[in-house]
Design a protein around this ligand. Structure first.
Ligand SMILES: Cc1cc2nc3c(=O)[nH]c(=O)nc-3n(C[C@H](O)[C@H](O)[C@H](O)COP(=O)(O)O)c2cc1C
Length: 179
């Protein structure tokens, strides 16, 4: 093992391995609170799982307020932030809606098919109805049936603007080149 590899071992592979699978879009998950106001959390652990029918999976720790809201209301939206939203993403991803009203961090627009709104300045949004939840380790895999989605400045791939991509901890990046 070379010395670089040895350093990573000291850090601990449990926290380390997700970073090897990064970057991923820092998705903003919007779910409705009991009073009908939107709550927003950040999730970078997500993946498409089926094309037909369209299903997405998001890994959400059971301790998150969003987890309980999605289980209750059974609907959520996923919103793709541009890099200019980094500060709001950091707040939404570090404060819980249990203690802090995060709705003033973002502007919202009505979604087409679900009750939780989409984020107005996001470069893309995906509307989901809860399909199932599977608890795995310290997260739940929340599966969403996709009922609508759109994106701005999108041809076949992200081109006009990069989504905000999460590398781990407080490190982010953007796409600089498409090839
Ligand atoms: C960039 C970033 C990515 C995150 N990804 C996840 C994730 O995939 N799953 C998760 O459970 N929490 C993730 N978090 C943490 C939650 O967003 C954070 O705990 C948030 O405050 C939960 O809000 P809530 O309690 O209002 O639901 C992430 C945070 C950041 C900043």
């Amino acid at each position: 093992m070379d010395s670089d590899a040895a350093k990573t071992r000291k850090w601990g592979f449990c926290e380390f391995y997700p970073r090897l699978l990064s970057p991923r879009v820092a998705v903003l998950v919007v779910a409705l609170k009991e009073d009908g106001a939107p709550n927003v959390m950040v999730a970078a652990w997500h993946t498409p799982v089926s094309v037909k029918p369209p299903i997405v999976a998001v890994c959400i720790s059971p301790g998150r307020y969003t987890h309980s809201l999605i289980l209750k209301t059974r609907e959520f939206t996923l919103n793709i932030p541009p890099p200019s939203m980094k500060e709001a993403v950091e707040v939404a991803g570090s404060m819980s809606g249990k203690d802090f009203d995060k709705s003033s961090l973002f502007k919202f627009s009505p979604a087409v098919k679900v009750k939780p709104p989409i984020i107005a300045d996001a470069i893309g949004s995906i509307e989901c109805e809860l399909s199932q939840v599977i608890d795995v380790g310290d997260h739940s895999i929340v599966f969403g049936n996709i009922v609508d989605c759109w994106a701005r400045g999108f041809g076949e791939v992200w081109r006009r603007e990069s989504p905000l991509l999460h590398l781990g901890s407080n490190f982010y990046t953007v796409m600089k080149e498409v090839f």
